[in-house]
Design a protein around this ligand. Structure first.
Ligand SMILES: [Zn+2]
Length: 348
């Protein structure tokens, strides 16, 4: 599932601060704003519009001219900041009537239908097998209401499958490539990606809360951040980790042992040296904690949430000391080797 791969990216690929004019990195392609400026700034031409249920709001990919844009100025005009896209980019939802005047941008464009389709859905393997249908999750933008999502799926003749582990903005369905293409033309759809086959038979599949950067979740259509903690081309890094509250479910000493084992597993695969520390607020440190509800960042674990946990990209774009940290939702029945396995989630 996409959440899974994103979180793995968070754990192993580290970001680099970038000034304006950097590339926007999507899973499908890299956008160079300088090359696309002319096309990007052209207004939504009649006939090129994607479809929309309401037509009252539209979703845009924008890039600001610096890493700390004045998002309030946008919100004051009615825009909603929904998700981040590296580098310095966001997906925003804008009322049709909003004036863009005097709001500094490097780039803006509606989302291309082709960028909303996971490359994995179109993998050569599946094509070769001649499968006419794919089990997918259709992920809608966060501000899309449930009735709007359902109306779109009905309009495209998509029959929904039930699964208790879906997030509010996700729908599970088996669809043809033609249906998928049609869905991506709707403005409300952010991304379509493969679902684990087990979801079809009701298997619960709980992703983490996604990768968080700069106070916003990274958009599902976005690729990883860039060069990372190692710096350009080095491919190796030294990072520390520490422990906060380790929750109520498992003996803290056992949780620590499982965390050490997870770190060691990563060190087998990537050239990262992990050192345990008690300096929880140090830079380049992964602080691991269990929490419920509010726990000091803008992403409380709400009651009834299907989120197992979340992790933060390193600095930049996230501020120290939060950068790199791992927060695990203590509402789940964590154990060693059970259904909610401490080692598995920390490794993830
Ligand atoms: Zn948190």
């Amino acid at each position: 599932m996409q959440h899974t791969s994103l979180a793995l990216v968070a754990a192993c690929v580290f970001s680099l601060f970038c000034a304006n004019g950097e590339e926007l990195r999507l899973k499908t392609r890299v956008i160079d704003p300088a090359l696309e400026a002319t096309a990007a700034f052209k207004l939504r031409a009649a006939g090129a519009n994607p479809r929309s249920v309401s037509g009252r709001r539209w979703h845009w990919l924008v890039q600001f001219d610096n890493a700390n844009p004045d998002l309030k100025a946008w919100e004051d005009r009615g825009a909603k900041i929904l998700a981040s896209v590296p580098v310095n980019g966001f997906i925003i939802s804008v009322p049709d009537s909003m004036s863009w005047n005097d709001l500094p941008l490097v780039y803006r464009s509606p989302l291309d239908a082709g960028d909303k389709m996971s490359p994995q859905v179109l993998s050569a393997d599946l094509m070769a097998e001649g499968q006419s249908q794919r089990l997918v999750i259709v992920h809608f933008h966060k501000d899309v209401e449930a009735w709007e999502a359902d109306a779109i799926l009905e309009a495209e003749g998509v029959a929904l499958l039930k699964n208790g582990s879906l997030e509010a903005e996700d729908r599970l369905a088996e669809i043809t490539i033609e249906q998928m293409s049609a869905l991506t033309l709707w403005d409300e759809v952010e991304y379509v990606f493969p679902a684990p086959q087990g979801m079809k038979t009701g298997e619960m599949y709980l992703g983490c809360g996604g990768v968080i950067s700069g106070g916003y979740e990274v958009a599902m259509l976005a690729a990883s951040f860039g060069e990372g903690w190692d710096g350009p081309g080095r491919g190796r890094a030294s990072i520390s980790y520490s422990f906060g509250n380790l929750g109520s479910r498992v003996d803290p000493a056992q949780t620590q042992a499982e965390a050490r084992r997870a770190m060691a597993e990563w060190s087998k695969a990537v050239a990262v040296t992990f050192t345990e520390t008690t300096a929880r607020n140090a830079s380049r440190n992964i602080d691991i904690l269990f929490a419920t509800g509010d726990h000091g960042d803008p992403f409380p674990f709400r009651s009834g949430s299907t989120v197992l946990g979340h992790s933060f990209y390193p600095a930049n774009p996230n501020p120290e000391p939060l950068a790199g940290d791992i927060h695990i939702n203590d509402a789940w029945g964590w154990s060693i080797g059970g259904q909610w396995d401490v080692f598995s989630v920390i490794l993830h």
